[in-house]
Design a protein around this ligand. Structure first.
Ligand code: SF4
Length: 320
């Protein structure tokens, strides 16, 4: 049974305009997305900036109200919980944010940042200093850091503090929202390896969000590729990399640097306008940029289908 199940999730933001700020339209940030995640696995969500993957992560966390659809964590449907039940569930579901500079309160010491969740959830104990000292050591920082402020640390160290905060309540699931994209390349692999190590020792389940396919490949068991608010292809990681079917996935893959010197020749350069999520094109949303688009692509929206019968490899393309 999946530990996390997202069903037909939609998140539309109103567009306000005019003198009276009336609603003039919608931003279709996430539009009918479904997937599940099994315990202990990493589900990667990849796509260009603005495709809706961060909004989707925030809806799962309950930071945004869904327009429709459902999110189930273990046996609980998030939208049906009382505020008290939501608070209790939030210990099982945590998030690591993209920006380690913005996500930590600069007025709090590391001790205060890490103690906060224990206090909020009524888990403060006499030996809390020992517990959070150990927490810091588990993410590769020294206990001496407890009295220091976030501005005294490098980006990588701040992200380690953010990770310590996320794992402090022994969660089951962590939504990792671009956890290394704001960091120097030299520290990215250290943070990724820390996440993998914590997953192994704590039995964590990750939803790993990134625009970088090579990072997602390194981290994920299964991958969902998002384009303009929708998942357009989903399969296990090796299938996505070796047998991608959707033209958008293929274009993304072709942009990943490879050691093969001929690889550059194979790159698929997408042309055409990137459509607005406020006014997505009819039919297949990718048809304005797709090198294989045909008349049917402009008229009919392809469904996300498994054409190989229960293979778990689904793609939304008329010619998959
Ligand atoms: Fe391209 Fe058509 Fe497939 Fe969409 S349905 S990805 S436009 S070929």
């Amino acid at each position: 049974m999946p530990i996390l199940e997202v069903r037909r999730l939609k998140k539309y933001f109103p567009v306000l305009g005019g003198v009276f700020l009336r609603r003039t339209g919608w931003v279709y940030a996430v539009d009918d997305v479904s997937f599940f995640v099994k315990k202990g696995e990493t589900f990667g969500l990849v796509g260009e900036s603005g495709c809706g993957k961060t909004t989707l992560g925030r809806c799962i966390m309950g930071l945004y109200d869904m327009t429709s659809g459902s999110v189930r964590v273990q046996d609980s449907s998030i939208s049906k919980l009382t505020p008290a039940q939501k608070k209790s569930l939030s210990t099982h579901l945590q998030m690591i944010f993209q920006d380690p500079y913005e996500s930590l309160d600069s007025r709090q010491t590391v001790r205060q940042i890490l103690e906060e969740k224990y206090i909020i959830h009524g888990k403060a104990r006499n030996d809390l200093s020992v517990v959070i000292g150990q927490l810091l050591e588990n993410v590769g920082l020294s206990r001496d850091c407890l009295s220091r402020y976030p501005h005294e640390f490098s980006g990588g160290q701040r992200q380690r503090i953010g990770i310590a905060r996320a794992v402090s309540m022994n969660p089951e699931i962590i939504i990792c929202d671009e956890p290394v994209s704001a960091l120097d390349v030299s520290v990215q692999s250290k943070i990724l390896n820390l996440l993998l190590e914590l997953q192994k020792t704590m039995g964590l389940t990750y939803v790993f969000i990134s625009h970088d396919l090579s990072v997602v490949r390194h981290m994920s068991d299964r991958i969902g590729v998002m384009y303009l608010g929708k998942i357009v292809e989903m399969a296990d990681a090796s299938t996505i990399y070796n047998n991608a079917r959707h033209p958008y996935t293929r274009a993304l893959l072709s942009a990943v640097p490879l050691p093969d010197p001929d690889a550059r020749k194979k790159r698929i350069v997408l042309t055409g306008e990137v459509p607005s999520v406020e006014n997505p094109p009819p039919g297949c949303r990718f048809h304005t940029r797709c090198p294989h688009a045909d008349v049917i692509c402009q008229e009919s929206e392809p469904l996300l289908l498994d054409r190989e019968k229960d293979s778990g490899h689904v793609a939304a393309c008329h010619f998959f």
